[in-house]
Design a protein around this ligand. Structure first.
Ligand code: SF4
Length: 259
């Protein structure tokens, strides 16, 4: 029996390559093409670096810090640039998505590749949960439909994926998309930032995990209704939540130098 959430998540995700072998097959043809698919180019004209989660919970807030989820729901201003380096980090993640959307769209148009793109950057929502977000890509391979989520990852975390399995927050996020889209399977595709190696995890729509997310979201909804904000959780460690610098740090640990 799994003892911890991590054990549970490891059991619920399996590493089978669905996309990479087909991508390799397509790339080995070496056909000339623009870097970005025209549909992706069109999408870039609509997308900006501004975003807000006012009045909704992002799928990524279905776990983790509830204070953050409620603050974002309340529409607090999120500093986009903690540092220029972090801006480059976000920009790099955006560009990774454009590249992978293009790969899947080009593959979908190739009659030799049995993969069909069913759309990308699609808005999904679960009204009763106040959850609204954007899934990365939806594909069909054979008889199976998948929601695909792309993640770039630093080499250290990437080399540990075989031990850790897909990361907990990423699994929770994709399971929310599966529920919203009534699809049974998802793929989290990790790309190593340094080497462009790929590792895929197949994630099943998991009722137990979904119930945990539902409880988490219900608690955040109670705070929104009561006009309260959850306390700072012990795990926060002055804004270093889950190994990352939280962009809402200033709302919880105001700079004493500032007025
Ligand atoms: S700084 Fe900590 S408590 Fe505040 S929102 Fe971020 S993770 Fe949550």
């Amino acid at each position: 029996m799994p003892n911890t959430l991590i054990d549970l998540l490891k059991l619920r995700s399996s590493t089978t390559s669905v996309i990479e072998p087909l991508l390799n097959q397509w790339m080995m043809k070496g056909e000339d093409r623009p870097y970005l698919h025209p549909k992706v180019l069109e999408y870039t004209r609509r997308s900006t670096t501004r975003w807000s989660t006012k009045g909704r919970f992002a799928a990524s807030t279905a776990g983790g810090c509830q204070r953050k989820g409620v603050l974002l729901f309340n529409g607090v201003e999120v500093p986009r640039n903690i540092t220029p380096r972090s801006q480059r980090y976000f920009d790099n993640g955006y560009l990774l998505h454009l590249r992978w959307h293009s790969y899947l769209l080009w593959m979908s148009e190739d009659p030799d590749i049995p993969l069909e793109s069913l759309g990308f950057e699609q808005e999904v929502n679960i009204p009763g949960w106040w959850v609204r977000g954007t899934l990365d890509h939806k594909i069909r391979v054979g008889q199976e439909t998948f929601v695909v989520d792309f993640k770039s990852m630093n080499p250290w975390y990437f080399s540990n994926l075989s031990k850790t399995g897909a990361l907990a927050g990423h699994v929770r996020q994709i399971v929310i998309y599966l529920k919203a889209e009534k699809i049974r399977k998802g793929i989290i595709l990790y790309e190593n930032k340094a080497t462009q190696e790929v590792q895929e995890f197949i994630i099943d729509l998991d009722r137990e995990l979904l119930n945990k997310s539902k409880t988490h979201i219900r608690r955040m909804q109670s705070h929104v209704r009561a006009g309260t904000v959850p306390d700072i959780p012990r795990e926060c460690k002055a804004g270093e939540y889950e190994g990352k610098l939280c962009r809402l740090k200033n709302y919880c640990y105001p700079d004493p130098e500032e007025d």
